[in-house]
Design a protein around this ligand. Structure first.
Ligand code: NAD
Length: 476
């Protein structure tokens, strides 16, 4: 049993009613368990964050930057333990676990730099009208609740935690019940750095704990990453209290391959976009739009690449794809395989669970999937790719935009003018051209339409935790 709640600068046992099993998905077996935080403990965490706010928001920006650099450094010192834990609890291949850790480190480093620039943002505003002066002051939003999912636990928490602390907010973080141990590193680091008690609080638990946090009237803002169904509940709580909310939700993103592409290169980008993290990415490019002139050459190569992908236990084998992270996700993906059979879809690769222990499925490709298929329209969150053909650029743009989601897209073409033109026409928050899904901390992350509200990363990620104040003085 693990002590896993960090409240007011102390590690405490959970007093909630849910017992949480922490599983190794490659074996389908638990390796740790913990008790969830109770509603009262969530209240204690919010109270601690509220108590710590006045002093924390008045620390100098350079002091906060020093703490953030400390987080980056200490993450690096825990490198091997954090990589192994992500491999064991998420089922991530080693190279992916390494990239996640490096992303979290880069995020803390980047927001340390932005924190240092904060004093220069509080500046006079030139006014056209005579007789008045005005100045801008960027203030922290206040106490923020951060609720995150399980697919990129270190990264998603870093994308919220680093800018929130940089802005001068105090926080209560609720990790996913599927991966409740990884973010404990942030509490351990807070301890090691002597971060003032209450600035960072971590409560673990399931829906009850999450709801206790998102319904709490002591928060000034809530930032949520997760599913659309829970996101809309979180938004309802925020609306009941008229308080701001950032939502990073699901996706059904597209990759568009024009017929001037190198086939081998396109296959590499397509495979990465659907098998990275076993397809459990909000940004998975799970809809392939392939131009008529290249489709017959590309689909067999893609089929072969997916069939040859090394799938296995990241802790004991050299793999390119691990298992799905939870049994619930495995059952959900298996349900889509059954739907595909019922719908009579043409399966070119996979389409089944692997015959071994653990929550493994085969990388899967369905061809010529009808536009009204559930597999074409719904987020599956697994390594399941659906392909359709298109003739013209206009058709491709229309098909990408014909979705209730709008998170990301990838465009592959040797004609860079065309690729840029298509990128501009897509109704999404981020587009890659001729690339794997490289995410840089200086750019933004977030979606349009049903994929959410607001942006993370870059200066926009910091603004999400700031409130703008103007002081106007009459000079007369
Ligand atoms: P989820 O919505 O089930 O859970 C997310 C978090 O919300 C967890 O911590 C969970 O315990 C908590 N929660 C559950 N019920 C709650 C409630 N009633 N009130 C408050 N909190 C509650 O999502 P998940 O299965 O953990 O993650 C997968 C989803 O996350 C996918 O839809 C994926 O697209 C999305 N996601 C989006 C992004 C993005 O940046 N847009 C990134 C990663 C994941």
């Amino acid at each position: 049993m693990t002590t896993s709640h960090y409240i007011a600068g102390r590690w405490v046992e959970g007093q909630g009613s849910d017992c949480i099993s922490v599983n190794d998905p490659a074996l389908g077996q638990p390796f740790a368990e913990l008790m969830a935080a109770s509603v009262a403990q969530v209240d204690q965490a919010v109270t601690a964050a509220r108590g710590a706010l006045p002093a924390w928001k008045n620390t100098s920006a350079s002091e906060r930057a020093a703490y953030l650099r400390g987080f980056a450094e200490q993450l690096g010192q825990r490198r091997e333990a954090l990589i192994t834990l992500q491999m064991r609890n998420n089922g991530k291949p080693r190279h992916e676990a390494e990239i996640d850790l490096d992303d979290a480190i880069a995020t803390f480093g980047y927001y340390a730099e932005l924190a240092e620039q904060l004093p220069s943002k509080n500046r006079d505003v030139p006014l056209a009208a005579p007789g008045f002066s005005a100045r801008t002051r960027l203030e922290p939003v206040g106490v923020v609740g951060l609720i995150v999912p399980w697919n990129f636990p270190l990264v998603t928490s870093a994308w919220k935690l680093a800018p929130a602390l940089a802005a001068g907010c105090t926080v209560v973080l609720k990790p996913s019940e599927v991966t409740p141990l990884i973010e404990q590193a942030y509490g351990q680091i807070a301890d090691a750095l002597g971060l003032p008690a209450g600035v960072l609080n971590i409560v673990n638990g399931k829906a009850e704990t999450g709801a206790a946090l998102s319904n709490h009237n002591g928060l000034d803002k809530l930032s949520f990453t997760g599913s659309n169904s829970v996101g809309s509940q979180v938004m309802r709580s925020a609306s009941a209290q008229c308080r701001p909310v950032t939502l990073e939700l699901g996706g059904k993103s597209a990759i568009v391959v024009f017929d001037d592409c190198d086939v081998g290169q396109a296959v590499e980008w397509i495979v990465a976009g659907i098998t990275w993290n076993a397809g459990q990415m909000c940004s998975a490019t799970s809809r392939l739009l392939v131009q008529d002139g290249i489709a017959d050459a590309l689909l067999p190569r893609l089929q072969a690449a997916l069939e040859q992908l090394r799938v296995g236990n990241p802790l004991t084998e050299e793999v390119e794809m691990g298992p799905l992270t939870s049994q619930a996700q495995w059952l959900k993906v298996a349900g889509y395989f059954a739907t595909a059979r019922e719908e009579g879809l043409q399966c070119l690769a996979g389409g089944k669970a692997l015959d071994r222990d653990g929550w493994f499925v085969s990388p899967t490709l369905y061809a010529d999937v009808p536009k009204d298929s559930r597999l074409w329209t719904e987020e599956i969150f697994g390594p399941v790719l659906c392909a359709r053909r298109f003739a013209t650029e206009e058709q491709a743009i229309a098909e990408v935009n014909d979705s209730r989601f709008g998170l990301v897209a990838t465009v592959c073409s040797a004609d860079l003018e065309r690729a840029e033109r298509v990128a501009d026409a897509l109704e999404v928050g981020h587009v890659w051209i001729n690339s794997v899904q490289a995410v840089f901390v200086e750019t933004s992350w977030g979606g349009t339409k049903g994929s959410g509200i607001g942006r993370e990363l870059g200066p926009w990620g910091l603004s999400a935790y700031q409130s703008v104040k103007h002081v106007t003085r009459c000079l007369g």
